[in-house]
Design a binder for this molecule. Structure first.
Ligand code: URA
Length: 148
């Protein structure tokens, strides 16, 4: 299983590890709660450098990083990819997808099962999204167990 986020924040930039800041710590708790071991999943980001002030990555920044991510996917060969938030969803599956309409719904493309969900930082801003996030992770884990 692979998770794709947006891009490193200040903590991730400093440590060189994705999702180690506040949003990452919340994601760790959610992974724990549904029984997913963080060490057994692969976590990547759309862009590999921190956009200044945590703004959305610009199209040319995504363009510069997307081949690296494609190679990560080719090497990992995930059966399931959890797309964390709008930026991951739209850059992987297409700009026509909306996170509000797509979250929690499976989308199969080129033999990979994608499930879009909220970005963990969105849960920090709006606690009511936590339940969706947990449900989506649970669905992802159950599908993985059924595939294996
Ligand atoms: N947000 C992301 O999208 N990725 C990280 O690695 C950290 C925060």
């Amino acid at each position: 299983m692979m998770f794709i986020g947006e891009g490193p924040g200040a903590d991730e930039d400093e440590q060189g590890i994705p999702f180690v800041g506040k949003a990452g710590q919340l994601m760790n708790k959610a992974l724990d709660a549904v029984g997913i071991e963080r060490e057994k999943v692969y976590i990547a980001n759309i862009v590999k450098c921190r956009p200044p002030s945590n703004r959305d990555p610009e199209p040319d920044e995504v363009e510069n990083c997307i081949d690296y991510l494609r190679n990560q996917v080719m090497i990992i060969k995930p059966k399931i990819v959890v797309l964390l938030g709008r930026i991951a969803l739209q850059n992987i599956l297409g700009m026509e997808y909306k996170i509000t309409a797509s979250r929690g719904k499976w989308i199969e493309k080129n033999g990979i099962n994608y499930i879009p969900t909220w970005h963990p930082a969105a849960l920090l801003r709006d606690e009511t999204k936590k339940i969706d996030f947990l449900c989506d992770l649970k669905q992802a884990y159950e599908k993985l167990l059924n595939i294996e």
